[in-house]
Design a protein around this ligand. Structure first.
Ligand code: 3PG
Length: 209
């Protein structure tokens, strides 16, 4: 039985989406986010450093709930599980990826952008999914619209979510969490601006409460 991402994330409302270019940044970044009240983090597979960074966090930051994002292929899926990720996230979901997901019970938020994609993933056994890019595919209005015909689908909007609109997303009954890069953007990670990231994370940890 596939565990729900919301249970693994213990009800957190905000999941920072991060990019790591230097493996050495993964552990201090994860520690900074966990200690600032955001224990669940989506580490994207967008750089060479990503998988080694995830392995380091899995070994050294036991309180971090490790999400692996930007998963597009069965190979990404396998590598992410092997690296020690606790759950996966995809920007969208191809038939190939959907079939690979059916072969494992790893907790996962499949990426969706339309009601048909959401229903397709619900048929595949998922009740929680990512909506991406949220602000482009309809934002809060899309969540409200989907809540009518498919009230049992629970959504994590990502893409264009910011401090000034996160509360409105989180106020929707079908939105269990939001994701976004605003907490730890790449420039701040590269500059090791841990204090700045900690401040944003502390503020974000109060959202949706
Ligand atoms: C993602 O991968 O989910 C997005 O890059 C996050 O989008 P944002 O940069 O608008 O937060």
């Amino acid at each position: 039985m596939r565990e729900l991402v919301s249970s693994i994330c213990k009800g957190v409302k905000v999941i920072p989406v991060v990019v790591i270019e230097d493996v050495a940044d993964a552990v201090p970044l994860a520690r900074c986010l966990v200690e600032s009240g955001l224990p669940a983090v989506e580490f994207t597979l967008r750089t060479e450093a990503a998988l080694d960074g995830i392995k380091a966090v899995a070994a050294e930051v036991k309180d971090c709930i490790i999400g692996v994002g930007s998963i597009r292929t069965p190979e990404h899926l396998k590598a992410s599980i092997e690296a020690g990720g606790h759950f996966g996230v995809s920007p969208g979901t191809t038939e190939t990826l959907r079939n690979a997901l059916k072969e494992c019970d790893w907790p996962f938020l499949p990426g969706t952008a339309t009601i048909s994609e959401m229903l397709t993933m619900q048929e595949a056994g998922f009740s929680e999914m990512k909506m991406f890019p949220a602000s482009i595919v309809g934002g809060v209005g899309m969540l409200k619209a989907v809540a009518g015909p498919a009230a049992d689908i629970r959504i994590c909007p990502t893409g264009g979510v910011k401090p000034d609109n996160a509360e409105e997303y989180l106020a929707q009954k079908n939105c269990f969490a939001v994701g976004g890069t605003w907490i730890a953007p790449l420039a701040d990670v590269n500059a090791k601006n841990w204090d700045v990231i900690a401040e944003r994370a502390k503020a974000a940890s109060l959202l949706g409460k």
